[in-house]
Design a protein around this ligand. Structure first.
Ligand SMILES: Nc1ncnc2c1ncn2[C@@H]1O[C@H](COP(=O)(O)OP(=O)(O)OP(=O)(O)O)[C@@H](O)[C@H]1O
Ligand SMILES: [Mg+2]
Length: 217
């Protein structure tokens, strides 16, 4: 898929904000946890989306109005499995859901950015960062976590119920790795051991500490 032209922007808020992105199963959540253990502030947009779509979540009334109560569970949360099936085969439905969730997620991210004051920099984790100018405007650098398609498929298969065909179909819907690589400022290649990954994060952390320091001068 093609991506909108949206270069990373200069600072709009106090701290250095790094956008963390990558394809399904490449290691975004693992990398975010490693940055967190180094002391970075973390904003996880997947977690914010889950918060918005839990029972009584802020997005539920709009989802009910747009898709009907059939897309909610008995407890009133978003029925993720059902919605995933729908948006996978129906681009209009996917856009409709994104138009509900993205503005709400963006508003939550902006308010979180104001409250993270003690961390030397912030890692903003957005799976579809490069596809979304609204999120790109909040980051000064893009950090891509990448791995081979074979590792991607193996890791997602071990973690979920999805089979190889389903995983390949999801990968095909996401931006191609070469497009992501061309847009990234920094890349973590996650094809080695967990120790190697930890070392790469530690090296990147030192680099961001220096950049974050410059931003505060
Ligand atoms: N270097 C590694 N070696 C072995 N397993 C790894 C490595 N990095 C990540 N994993 C495992 O691969 C799986 C996918 O990693 P993770 O959940 O961090 O990816 P993700 O990009 O957040 O995925 P998603 O797009 O589904 O949110 C996890 O089970 C994780 O523990
Ligand atoms: Mg994840």
């Amino acid at each position: 898929m093609s991506l909108p032209a949206c270069p990373a922007m200069p600072l709009q808020h106090a701290q250095l904000c790094i956008g963390l992105t990558g394809g399904i199963g490449c290691g975004k959540s693992t990398v975010a946890r490693l940055f967190e253990s180094q002391g970075a502030g973390i904003i996880d947009t997947d977690a914010l989306a889950r918060q918005l779509t839990q029972p009584d979540g802020q997005a539920i009334s709009l989802i009910r109005a747009a898709f009907g109560a059939d897309y909610l569970t008995d407890t009133g949360a978003l029925d993720r499995a059902r919605m995933r099936k729908l948006i996978f085969s129906d681009a209009d439905a996917r856009h409709k859901l994104e138009n509900i969730l993205h503005p709400q997620i963006l508003a939550l991210v902006k308010s979180r950015l104001q409250t993270i004051t003690r961390a030397p920099y912030v890692i903003l984790m957005v799976p579809l960062l490069l596809e979304n100018p609204g999120f790109m405007q909040l980051v000064q650098r893009v950090l891509l976590v990448d791995c081979t398609e074979r590792n991607q498929i193996e890791r997602v298969r071990q973690r979920s119920q999805l089979d190889e065909t389903e995983i390949r179909a999801i990968i095909a819907q996401q931006a191609a790795p070469e497009i992501r690589i061309a847009r990234a400022d920094d890349i973590i290649q996650n094809d080695g051991t967990r120790d190697e990954l930890e070392n790469q994060v530690a090296a990147m952390h030192n680099c961001y500490l220096r950049l974050g320091h410059k931003n505060t001068i």
